[in-house]
Design a protein around this ligand. Structure first.
Ligand code: ZN
Length: 242
C-alpha cells in the first residue's frame, strides 16, 4: 500500500523516464518530507523505517531530488528519473532494515518493469553527484538489490582495460576534471568496495563527501581490480543485455 503525502515542488519532465535514483535521508518519513518541503525540494517516494511507502510526487512529473548531477552524459537527471528516499538514521553507515529493503525491492521492480529501466541506469545519489552527496551510503545493500535484478553487481570476470578514467566514464561517472575523477572513484567505492570508505557523512562533510587529499586510492590495486570487475559487467550488459 502506498500512502500519499503530496509536495508542491515539481514541474514537467523534459525527457522520458530511463533512470532510478536511490537516496537516503537521516529522518523518519514525516520529518524527512517536512524537511524537503522547507527546502522546496521533493522526491517521488519515501520509504519509512518500518517499510511504509509514501508518495510525494506523481511519477509523470519532474521531482526535485537529484540537483546538479551527471550520469552517462545526462545532466538533467530530474527530468529522466524516478527518485526514492530510504529513511536511515545513520545515512547508510549501518545495516538497513529488511522491511525497508523488501518495500524498496518491490517498488523498484514495479518501476523498472513499467519504464523498462536498464540496470546500468539504476544509481545512488552519490554516483550522480559524487562531489556533493554521500547517500544512500556505504552500507546500502546494492549487492542484495542486484540479486533481485535491480542494478548491476560484479562477478568473477575482469575487463582488460587499464585506464581508470575510461572505466569510470564507461560505467557512467563524471570524469570531467581531476576533482570529478577523485570524487567519482570515491563514489564507486561507496557502492562496490565500501571497505575503502573512511569518511563518514557527518553534517559538515555532507557537501564534500570524499577525500581529495587521498592520492592513494587511484593507485590502489584492490580498487583497480574491482573497477575492472564492474567495468566488465557494464560492458557485458551493453553488448548482450546480460
Ligand atoms: Zn540524496
Amino acid at each position: 500500500m502506498i500512502n500519499l503525502y503530496p509536495l508542491p515542488y515539481y514541474n514537467e519532465r523534459k525527457l522520458p523516464i530511463n533512470m532510478l535514483v536511490i537516496h537516503s535521508m537521516a529522518h523518519n518519513a514525516a520529518e524527512g518530507i517536512k524537511q524537503l518541503e522547507t527546502l522546496k525540494l521533493s522526491v517521488h517516494y519515501v520509504i519509512d523505517y518500518d517499510g511504509r511507502i509514501f508518495q510525494c510526487v506523481s511519477e509523470d512529473k519532474r521531482a526535485w531530488h537529484a540537483g546538479v548531477s551527471y550520469w552517462r552524459k545526462i545532466t538533467d537527471i530530474n527530468s529522466c528519473s524516478i527518485g526514492i528516499e530510504v529513511c536511515h538514521r545513520s545515512l547508510g553507515q549501518s545495516k538497513f532494515n529488511q522491511k525497508q529493503i523488501k518495500s524498496l525491492i518491490d517498488l523498484s521492480r514495479d518501476i523498472i518493469n513499467r519504464y523498462h529501466i536498464a540496470p546500468t541506469m539504476i544509481v545512488g545519489h552519490s554516483d550522480i553527484a559524487p562531489k556533493r552527496k554521500p547517500d544512500p551510503g556505504k552500507d546500502f545493500p546494492w549487492r542484495e538489490l542486484a540479486a533481485n535484478n535491480i542494478g548491476i553487481w560484479f562477478g568473477s570476470r575482469f575487463s582488460s582495460e587499464n585506464d581508470i578514467i575510461k572505466m569510470l566514464s564507461d560505467i557512467g561517472y563524471d570524469t570531467e576534471d581531476e576533482i570529478s575523477i577523485k570524487a567519482s572513484s570515491y563514489a564507486f567505492c561507496r557502492r562496490f568496495l565500501s571497505g575503502k570508505i573512511k569518511k563518514r557523512p557527518v553534517r559538515k562533510v555532507l557537501e564534500h563527501p570524499f577525500d581529495d587529499e587521498d592520492e592513494n586510492l587511484l593507485k590502489d590495486k584492490e580498487f583497480i581490480k574491482t573497477l575492472q570487475n564492474v567495468h566488465y559487467q557494464y560492458l557485458m550488459y551493453e553488448k548482450n543485455g546480460l
